[in-house]
Design a protein around this ligand. Structure first.
Ligand SMILES: [Fe+2]
Length: 249
């Protein structure tokens, strides 16, 4: 697929110029967008699929975040705006996608990749190609979450304090997710410590070997594992969790 990176850049900046980039949530999502687009390109290259299409999907995947931040002042998809659904609608039904690319060939694939990038699981019924690009964006996004988690984001953006995490206990059900090498569904979250561990389990959700390689190469995930829980019970559980993670690496 032919894409014009200058056009994509211009279209993206034109769209986000309607939002307040001095808001740290907006600023962080802008940074995240370009990191994810690069991750997409890397994974697509490694898989020998169209890196341009993957890059474009990377730029578009969180386009629904900005309106979500404006309306709900945060990233919580359960508060009225699901940013994947919103982004897909904005691009296709409201035709924002045409500002980024004139070629309509992959519209449906792009719609699905954006809509499903933030869902716990991909739906049945995707074509083989749709599934590949959906998995690429989901991997690329998870990998950059490790950077965001490590660099700044967690406590300032998720309405949890370090004290709440240290004062609460990691639930047994969460430990089970790690033992089973699964990502954590929101329905299982009971405590602040549970919530804190969501990004750790994202590693198990990475589909492709090059994605795992890229995550380790960037180094952020290893740094996340240096976190120290204060309560002896949490420490013991986190040691077990780290053993399971290392087994999977
Ligand atoms: Fe997202």
């Amino acid at each position: 697929m032919n894409i014009d990176r200058d056009l994509i850049k211009t279209a993206f900046h034109t769209y986000i110029s309607g939002f307040d980039a001095s808001n740290l949530q907006v600023y962080n999502k802008i940074r995240h967008t370009w990191h994810v687009a690069e991750n997409c390109q890397f994974i697509a290259q490694a898989l020998s699929v169209d890196e341009n299409l993957a890059f474009l999907i990377g730029v578009l995947h969180d386009i629904g975040r900005f309106e979500q931040i404006r309306v709900v002042h945060g990233y919580d998809d359960s508060k009225g705006i699901d940013h994947g659904d919103y982004g897909a609608n904005l691009l296709l039904e409201q035709h924002l996608l045409r500002e980024f690319i004139a070629d309509t060939t992959e519209d449906e694939l792009i719609r699905k990749a954006v809509k499903y990038h933030n869902k716990y699981e991909l739906p049945d019924g995707l074509s083989q190609m749709e599934r590949v690009y959906c998995q690429i964006i989901r991997d690329a996004d998870k990998i950059d979450n490790f950077r965001g988690f490590h660099e700044n984001d967690f406590f300032s953006f998720h309405e949890r304090t370090p004290e709440q995490v240290q004062d609460s206990i990691i639930s047994d059900e969460i430990v089970t997710c790690f033992v089973q090498h699964r990502t954590i569904p929101f329905s299982k979250i009971k405590t602040a410590a549970d919530f804190f561990l969501i990004p750790y389990a994202l590693y198990f959700g990475l589909v492709y070997d090059p994605s795992r390689g890229l995550a380790l190469k960037q180094g952020n995930y290893e740094k996340m594992l240096e976190f120290v829980f204060e309560k002896p019970e949490n420490r013991e559980k986190f040691d077990l969790i780290k053993r399971e993670i290392r087994e999977h690496m």
